[in-house]
Each structure stands twice: as C-alpha cells, then as structure tokens.
Design a protein around this ligand. Structure first.
Ligand SMILES: *Cc1c(COP(=O)(O)O)cnc(C)c1O
Length: 379
C-alpha cells in the first residue's frame, strides 16, 4: 500500500541518531540547541523552542500568550484536532472561522465579517490560529492587518508548511505573527519521529514557552539574590514537553534536505496538476505570493464520487486519505456548540488526498494518475 505521505530516512540520519545514543546526553545535551539553531536559520525566526510534538508547541504558545480560562480563541475547522485542542487545554473557548474551499485555508472575508460581528457583541477573540493547509501559507498580511485593528494575538499553525514561502519569506519567520508552530511527525515535512517547535521573534515569549515546556522552571531567581550553584526556580506550573537529544539529532540531519524535498514535492505536484487539467479532478489553488511546501496533495472531486473513489483506490493499493474531518463535527466539539461553516462542509465532502512524498517516483505517480482517472470515468 502506498500511503499518502511518508518519511525519508538516510544513512546519515541513522548515523546521527546512533552517535547521539552513544554520547553522554540522550536528552538535555547539545543536540537540541543545534536543531533549534538550524530551525532559526531555515525560517529566519530569531528563537526556536523544540518540544516533543506540535501539539505541545501549540499548548505552550497559547500559555505564553496568556490564554486561560475565560479566553477565546478562533481557528479553522479544516485542520487536525490539535489546533483547537490547544486552546481547550488552556481552558479557553473555541470558535471556528470558515475556509476558502478552493485553498482549504482560512477565508479572510469570513474572518472580517466574523470580527465585525464579534466586536458589535463585545466577544472578540484573544488569539486567532490560522492553519497553513497542505503547506500553503494563509494570507498573513491580511490577518495581521485585522489583528492590528481588533487586537488579537496570532499563532500560525505551520505544522504542514515548514519549507514553504509567503511573499518571498520562509514560513515560520513570524513576520506577521507572534508565534509559528511546526510539526515533525513522520508524515510532515521533516521528522523527529514525534516532535514539534514553536518559533518567534519575541524573546520574552520564547523564554516563557521554554519554561512552560520544562516544568515552569528556569535559573532566574529574585532580583539581588545570589543563587547557589545548584539553584533552580519554579515560577509557574509547567509540563515536561522537552525534545530528547536523540531525536533532535535526527531533526538536524533531516532539515539539511528540506529544500530539496520541497522542490521535489513541487515538481510532483505540477505533474499531478497537469494531468488533471480539464477533468473532474480539481487541485487546490495556490496563490501567486505562496510557494507551498506541499505537505499533502489534495484534489476536489464531485462529492457523489468521493466515497467510491476512496474505496476503489484503497483496494488497488493507493493509500488516499481525507484531510480533514471538520473539527467542529467531532463529538467533543458538537457538545460545546453549533457552527454553520458551509465552505468547510462543501470542501470536506469533495476532498481527497493523493500520495505525495519525495521518494515517490514518476512511474508510481503515473500509475496513480491512470488509476484515479479510470475510477472516476467508471463512476
Ligand atoms: C500534525 C498536526 C498537528 C499536530 O502535530 P503533532 O506533532 O502530531 O502534535 C497540529 N496541527 C496540524 C494542522 C497538524 O497537521
């Protein structure tokens, strides 16, 4: 079975992990700082906090921004549950903004309208979490302009988009946001098995996130106190979200190949786009100002054909997937509110993710294209 995405592991990756396993530090050694420096170099963020998952990164990002019980966060429903759950983990309420069905990304028009309505009712959000769906950045300049008007913080959920570009800048630079979060799960752009990072240009946010990811502890005591050499201070309630050195070594080795992988994914995506021209198969649109990382390759099909397509492709060894079941339709969120998100729903009923990863060959891709076209024609 070809899955919709998969990791690439080289001998150099294996050697980096083995060398760290044989070193003095399996965790809390020098490898995490090396990986964080590589992430800063890649994204142009000035601070990177590597943690054990993007979910943890989203959680400490929300905590550092002061999100708590009584806070309100907005995100999209076309995402993995973690984008919304991080808000709930802080005790905040969650609301969902509709998407643009042609890109799968947060719809700026819907956001504008929702903000105007929320202002009238005095229930503006404290934070908005746009998700860079499939690897394409949201329109961050527009979101930032709205944040300047309405006063909300911005966390980019860039779990899909490491290696992508927006207005010529790498995703993760935080040019228009407070914090960006990336994921290193094996299906994502680079992997540390499990892992994630929070990126920022803001030193005090970086410090706060680092503390929340490590028990709320650091070495900074009260003014004027001379600490003993063994002293540490717990200032707040934190978690153990640290990334081990063994996995950070894998991340540093992986990130050296990221740009090549993004180029390869773009080449394969163009081949899909070309093959699907003038057919019932519609690829997601990518804006002029974006270079997608192409974490996933999504098409839209006539909704009536989607289920049969999914089943027939699976039965022929092609591991298609659906991204995403709308978060607001999950039982947990259904118990918390009612939402009308027509574009999200229409998108969900028609979307299908096709296999795309750096090691997919042209011959394999041609076979996937041929089978999909044959299945669509037969329905
Ligand atoms: C994968 C993903 C996450 C969670 O990442 P983990 O590293 O698995 O915790 C969060 N948001 C989005 C959009 C994702 O795709």
């Amino acid at each position: 079975m070809k899955s919709y995405g998969r990791q690439s592991i080289s001998e150099a990756d294996v050697a980096a992990v083995v060398a760290t396993l044989k070193s003095d530090f399996l965790t809390q050694g020098p490898k995490v700082a090396e990986f964080e420096a590589a992430l800063c170099k890649q994204t142009k963020a000035s601070h990177a906090v590597a943690v054990n998952s993007a979910t943890s990164a989203l959680h400490v990002a929300c905590l550092a921004l002061g999100i708590q019980e009584g806070s309100l966060g907005w995100t999209v429903s076309n995402t993995f549950v973690a984008s919304a759950n991080a808000l709930r983990m802080c005790g905040a309420d969650v609301d969902f903004v509709d998407i643009d069905a042609t890109t799968g990304n947060l719809c700026i028009t819907a956001l504008k309208a929702k903000l105007a309505a929320a202002k009238a009712q005095n229930i503006l959000p404290d934070v908005v979490i746009p998700v860079h769906f499939a690897g394409q950045s949201c329109d961050m300049a527009a979101i930032r302009a709205l944040s300047d008007t309405y006063g909300f913080a911005i966390i980019e959920d860039a779990s899909h988009a490491l290696g992508g570009h927006y207005q010529g800048e790498p995703v993760g630079s935080c040019r228009y946001s407070d914090i960006s979060v990336v994921s290193f799960h094996p299906v994502k752009m680079i992997t540390t098995a499990e892992g994630g990072a929070a990126l920022t240009q803001n030193e005090s946010l970086a410090k706060a996130m680092r503390a929340f990811a490590s028990h709320g502890i650091n070495r900074e005591g009260p003014e004027g106190e001379t600490p003993a050499p063994w002293q540490y201070y717990q200032h707040t309630l934190g978690y153990n979200y640290r990334m081990p050195d063994v996995l950070a070594a894998l991340g540093t080795s992986q990130i050296s190949r990221l740009d090549d992988w993004v180029a390869r994914r773009n080449t394969l995506a163009k081949r899909y786009d070309t093959a699907f021209k003038e057919s019932l198969i519609t690829p997601l649109a990518v804006a002029e100002e974006c270079i997608s990382s192409y974490h996933i390759y999504v098409v839209r099909l006539p909704a009536a054909k989607r289920l049969a397509c999914f089943e027939q492709l699976k039965s022929r060894g092609i591991g298609v997937q659906v991204h995403y079941i709308p978060v607001h339709s999950q039982p947990y969120y259904q118990a918390r509110g009612k939402w009308q998100l027509p574009n999200t729903q229409a998108y969900y009923e028609s979307c299908l993710t096709l296999p795309l990863y750096p090691e997919l060959t042209e011959a394999e891709q041609d076979e996937i294209i041929a089978i999909l076209q044959e299945v669509i024609a037969s329905l």
